[in-house]
Design a binder for this molecule. Sequence first.
Ligand code: DX5
Ligand code: ZN
Length: 216
Amino acid sequence: MLIAPSMLACDFRRIGEEAVRALNAGADWLHLDVMDGSFVDNISFGPDICAAIRQAVPAGAFLDAHLMIDAPEHYYPRFVKAGMDMITIHVEREGAVDLTATLAAIRQAGCKCGLAVNPATPVEKVLPYLEGVDMVLVMSVVPGFGGQSFMGEVLEKVRTLKAERSARGLSFLIQMDGGIGPVQAPECAEAGADCLVAGSSTFRAADMAAAIASMK
Ligand code: DX5
Ligand code: ZN
């Protein structure tokens, strides 16, 4: 299981050191939650902070940017330039954003691309895009804030995605994000998740390395 601590839960006063602390504690990836105050009811940080995190970590660290923003087609190049390895956009922007073109453009720019689905959005919405993604992110909280409670009903989406992946012979990763810690990790794994995002349960754990090891 890949574990991706969310930088949203770190001590922002020393974000670079916090990124290194997570990697030293065994994090596989670092998850960077970008919020624009419109797609979600919060504002976090943008490409300049992502670039600063890139500069703070050793070469080869995998940076996973989760764009909770209205205009990913406009902003994704700035996150490519900031050195992100994965850029995930939201399926809820279908109609307003050409998702197929944006996902393809992210890949064309040399990044992996992901598509996220909110708890209230049916998983069927992402099925037409599976051939064009490296990852599907199943949100297990309503996005916007860390520290919320895990919504177990989304595990059914993970099972559906796993079945579709196998039926179509695809190899995208399935990521889950929100309210996940050592207690929830086993059911996520059982449903078919490959990567767990964890904010509060990692950065705010008494022993971060133990928390990450337990989820792995
Ligand atoms: C929610 C974010 C999550 C969040 C996870 O909008 O996408 O990545 O930071 O935080 P925890 O693990 O505290 O729920
Ligand atoms: Zn996230």
